[in-house]
Design a binder for this molecule. Structure first.
Ligand code: IPE
Ligand code: IPE
Ligand code: MG
Length: 244
């Protein structure tokens, strides 16, 4: 099932701007995070209709523990709420949920709730939704490197399996970051080696299906060369060399 999804796009989203969105409206940052959950619902629904097979959402970075305790608690409570309230609709819509990142530092009960949600949604074949919580790409790579030590010759594919924890995960095609920031903030550094990047001013709570469509339209206009030449040029240069 997963191999079918891997023929479709893998999009990663750095969901940024919840706090600023709320502050500009004289709301608490928590309200911004709540509105962010609504945006997640919209985009999870829209993504498969737009050719996305895998969607990785950055919800909480390992560096986000630095935020004030109250905000961290509120974010963890929202995660707990999302896991409890969403599973039914994820199953109904054929969404397989997995959570990436560390689980040992999450408040009591959340790791179990994640495990249950992953089990209940395991058969989802319409979209693979990955939510990154207590996630750091550099830590994931370090962990993979420790596992790889002593494994002898390792291919990129083999190392990818260690980094992602998935038997096969398609490399990221497109990374979207909202709120105008233009940085990766330790998100999927290995998997995004050739990802196209799309930055938008839109704050995450106001991100709509149309914004995803716009990002994907821009993605489809781009020419991905993976280090080669553009196809026409590749052919032309090939012919020239033949005739020399
Ligand atoms: C993104 O919004 C959500 C998380 C990082 C948890 P922010 O909370 O970073 O919002 P800004 O960047 O402060 O506006
Ligand atoms: C990145 O956003 C993490 C998430 C969106 C979950 P931050 O708002 O934490 O990133 P920086 O600190 O601006 O780089
Ligand atoms: Mg931010």
């Amino acid at each position: 099932m997963q191999s079918d999804l891997s023929s479709k796009l893998h999009v990663g989203i750095i969901m940024d701007g919840n706090g600023r969105w709320a502050t500009r409206r004289r709301l608490s940052r928590l309200r911004g995070h709540e509105a962010g959950v609504e945006a997640i619902r919209r985009i999870v629904e829209a993504a498969p209709k737009q050719g996305v097979g895998t969607l990785t959402l950055y919800a909480f970075s390992s560096d986000n523990w630095r935020r004030p305790k109250a905000e961290v608690s509120a974010l963890m409570a929202l995660l707990r709420f999302y896991l409890a309230s969403e599973v039914e609709s994820l199953v109904k819509n054929g969404v397989r949920l997995t959570v990436i990142g560390r689980r040992d530092r999450l408040p009591a009960g959340i790791a179990d709730a994640i495990g249950r949600a992953e089990q209940s949604t395991a058969d989802g074949a319409v979209l693979h939704l990955r939510i990154a919580v207590d996630y750091s790409a550099r830590d994931a790579i370090l962990k993979a490197a420790a596992l790889a030590a002593g494994m002898g010759d390792l291919t990129r594919e083999g190392f990818s399996r260690l980094v992602t924890g998935e038997p096969f995960l398609r490399d990221v095609d497109l990374v979207i970051r909202t709120s105008g920031e233009q940085r990766l903030s330790d998100f999927m550094l290995w998997e995004s080696a050739y990802a196209e990047l799309h930055f938008t001013q839109r704050m995450w709570p106001e991100f709509q299906a149309e914004d995803l469509a716009e990002a994907l339209a821009s993605f489809h206009r781009r020419e991905r060369r993976f280090g080669g030449l553009q196809p026409e040029l590749q052919e032309m240069v090939g012919e020239m060399e033949m005739s020399v």
